[in-house]
Design a protein around this ligand. Structure first.
Ligand code: ADP
Ligand code: MG
Length: 681
């Protein structure tokens, strides 16, 4: 054994999960379903699959085990498998492997496979009984993602047919009772955690302590400005969520009379709809200049505000100084090579600051964190039942999430947590987050139910841990019938079957399919990618006219979507000569969004080739048609039946003349007719 191996074993033995190893193995051997609950970082994800692997391999009969451990995200499936392999002193693909969409590493002797929940669902499509699998471990069930809830319904039904199959559910927080009762009182194993004390500051304490002044101005930074302007112009008035109103009421009723006058004044300027970049910058700077060593973790909502904040911090004299600060980001769409950087220790005297989404809340552990900043929000898909559209919006987190974020600070030594909102706002948070299945549209899920041949959609969903409302289910089914993915009897059509192979919203999938069929995939890829990221057209308040002018040169008489296609094509040419940034700057485009569109296009094209919609040898984009009317017709078809509201908002499509309308309707008929033909044969 190498010294490295010995050190690793010693580390593993120090984890709380290791101390419960025998008890865990024994409860698993005596029960078909076991729930394991424990603090983040106690060793559930990395250790428990290994315990099973080791005990099975060492067992007298030498039974060949086959363990599948699901992770809610690609990034965790990949990084966890890497970590586990290295703990075992092996290369990935030996006894430990992983599989995520379009990527994987698995060998003949792989007995422990980490994969995304989606991958296991797909496997169930081909092999209903999970032949050869001995253990299924579903990790991070507390997140209550749609796929996980869906998987549990299927597994629950499978268990009686596979009595020797073991199911292990792992969760970070205390909601274990709910899962236990769903699985007929399955035993719960608690792993005690340990954290050092964390000093907690809410906004009022931060202001009082530092004397920082909030003004209406420093709450509206560039990012916020752009955002607010957009909201005023485009967003149809949304019904406020229950939590948002509770938070507003709490602020109205709050009483800060024990605080200094300056703090009270500051608090009256606090804007709950904004993330105050300036305050974050100020606190970070304070930490860097005055505080003891230790990494800083900043919880933001998503890729867009993370990159805006990063841009801002890089211009700061202290925070942007690479000799003093190692500024890193962490979010779901990052490549695993980039992600690996966040685990690394910085050089002496350099402070590591990680700007992250909520993926660092539970699924990823960054070891050296001592300071946490929590903006109090996370992006969550929510569902607008009126328009039947999903939207990804920053929403207030739950108390459980806030506690998790705070806990990240006390792992290595006593820590500090700065919540960037007042205490009364925290008190207004919900205890738990609403499960995804209850807050998002169910269209994709319904398609999956059908493709897995699980019978009636409503009957199937009624067996969920928490079932969605009947009306929401009916809406989803109705939508799928209207767009032609399901027939009148709720059976999958050919279009429906194609859509189940594209893991994205049906409307985007439809566009991709038609783009491939009609040989104009290149522009359609841009449109679909563009609809999945933050709008790249920037409209800063003080340069609104210039920005609109810049945009109009792309539009001509066409639509916003086509403007995007042209802007992207221009960017791609400029980027080839390394002039992408300048091009964006000149044309009021977000260079981050352009890069994201570029990356997504690549991913989508792999998917489209993967399922055989285009020939895998098709490489050159130039061969594709760029018939404007055809492209518009496809976009229209994709958005149908949502076109009316789109046209009404004048945001995404501009039907400027009667002829335009006729051309589109005509093309629309053509496309529908084409699908009838395909169906008929
Ligand atoms: P849990 O799933 O209970 O949250 P994990 O099994 O993910 O915990 O992690 C257990 C411990 O292993 C963490 O506290 C951390 O110290 C260490 N660890 C996990 N992943 C890594 C990694 N990629 N690099 C370094 N240490 C890691
Ligand atoms: Mg874990």
């Amino acid at each position: 054994e190498s010294p490295e191996g010995r050190r690793m074993l010693e580390f593993r033995r120090s984890l709380p999960a290791y101390k419960k190893k025998e008890a865990i193995l024994s409860v698993i051997s005596r029960n078909q379903v076991v729930i394991i609950s424990g603090e983040t970082g106690c060793g559930k994800t990395t250790q428990i699959p290994q315990f099973i692997l080791e005990s099975e391999v060492e067992s007298v009969c030498g039974a060949a085990c086959n363990i599948i451990c699901t992770q809610p995200r690609r990034i965790s499936a990949m990084s966890v498998s890497e970590r586990v392999a290295s703990e075992r002193g092996e290369k990935l693909g030996e006894s430990v492997g992983y599989k995520v969409r379009l990527e994987g590493m698995k060998g003949r002797d792989t007995h422990l496979l980490f994969c995304t929940t989606g991958i296991l669902l797909r496997r169930l499509l081909a092999d209903r009984k999970l032949k050869g699998v001995t253990h299924v471990i579903v990790d991070e069930i507390h997140e209550r993602g749609m796929n996980e809830d869906f998987l549990l319904i299927i597994l629950k039904e499978l268990l009686p047919h596979r009595p020797e199959l073991k199911l292990i559910l792992m969760s970070a927080t205390l909601d274990a009772e709910l899962f236990s009762s769903y699985f007929n009182g399955a035993p719960i194993m608690f792993i005690p955690g340990f954290t050092y004390p964390v000093r907690t500051h809410f906004l009022e304490n931060i202001l009082e302590m530092t004397g920082y002044r909030l003004t209406p101005y420093n709450q509206i930074d560039d990012y916020g400005q752009e955002r607010m302007w957009k909201m005023n112009k485009h967003a149809p008035r949304k019904r406020k969520s229950q939590i948002a109103s509770a938070v507003e009421d709490a602020i109205m009723a709050a009483d800060f009379k024990d605080y200094s006058l300056q703090t009270q004044e500051s608090l009256s300027c606090w804007n709950p709809d904004c993330i105050g970049f300036s305050l974050i910058e100020y606190i970070l700077c304070n930490i860097c200049e005055n505080e003891r060593p230790g990494a800083v973790l900043v919880f933001m909502t998503g890729w867009d505000d993370i990159s805006s904040l990063k841009e801002k911090l890089l211009t700061h004299t202290v925070l942007g100084d690479a000799n003093r600060v190692l500024l890193l980001t962490c979010h779901g769409s990052m490549a695993s090579s980039e992600q690996r950087l966040i685990f690394e220790e910085p050089e002496d005297g350099v402070r590591k600051i990680v700007l992250t989404t909520n993926i660092a809340e539970t699924s990823i552990t960054i070891n050296d964190v001592v300071f946490v900043l929590d903006c109090g929000k996370a992006k969550e898909t929510s569902y607008d039942a009126l328009n039947n559209t999903p939207c990804l919006l920053p929403t207030w987190i739950s108390k459980v999430s806030a506690k998790q974020r705070r806990g990240r600070a006390g792992r290595v030594q006593p820590g500090e947590c700065y919540h960037l909102y007042p205490r009364c706002v925290y008190d207004a948070f919900a205890e738990y987050q609403l499960p995804e299945i209850l807050r998002t549209p169910l269209q994709s899920l319904c398609l999956q139910i059908k493709s897995l041949r699980l019978g009636s959609i409503s009957e199937f969903l009624s067996r969920a841990l928490q079932s969605p409302e009947t009306l929401v289910v009916q809406n989803a089914i109705e939508y799928l019938k209207i767009i032609g993915a399901l027939d009148e009897d709720e059976n999958l059509t050919i279009l429906g079957r194609c859509l189940t192979m594209l893991p994205m919203e049906p409307k985007l999938g439809k566009m991709l399919i038609l783009g491939a069929i009609f040989n104009c995939l290149d522009p359609i890829l841009t449109v679909v990618a563009g609809l999945s990221v933050r709008d790249p057209f920037l409209t800063p308040l003080d340069k609104r006219d210039l920005a609109e002018e810049a945009k109009s040169q792309f539009c001509g008489a066409y639509s916003d979507h086509l403007a995007l296609v042209r802007a992207y094509e221009g960017w791609r040419d400029a980027e080839m000569d390394l002039g992408g940034y300048e091009y964006c700057w000149k044309n009021f485009l977000s260079s981050q969004s352009m890069k994201a569109i570029d990356a997504l296009r690549r991913e989508f094209i792999c998917l489209v080739k993967d399922i055989g919609l285009v020939d895998s040898n098709t490489a050159s984009c130039n061969e594709w048609s760029s018939d404007v009317n055809l492209i518009r017709a496809i976009i229209c078809y994709g958005l149908y039946p949502g076109i009316c509201s789109v046209v009404h908002n004048e945001k995404s499509f501009s039907l400027k003349t009667m002829e335009d309308g006729q051309v589109l309707l005509y093309s629309l008929c053509l496309i529908q007719w084409c699908f009838c033909l395909v169906e008929a044969y």
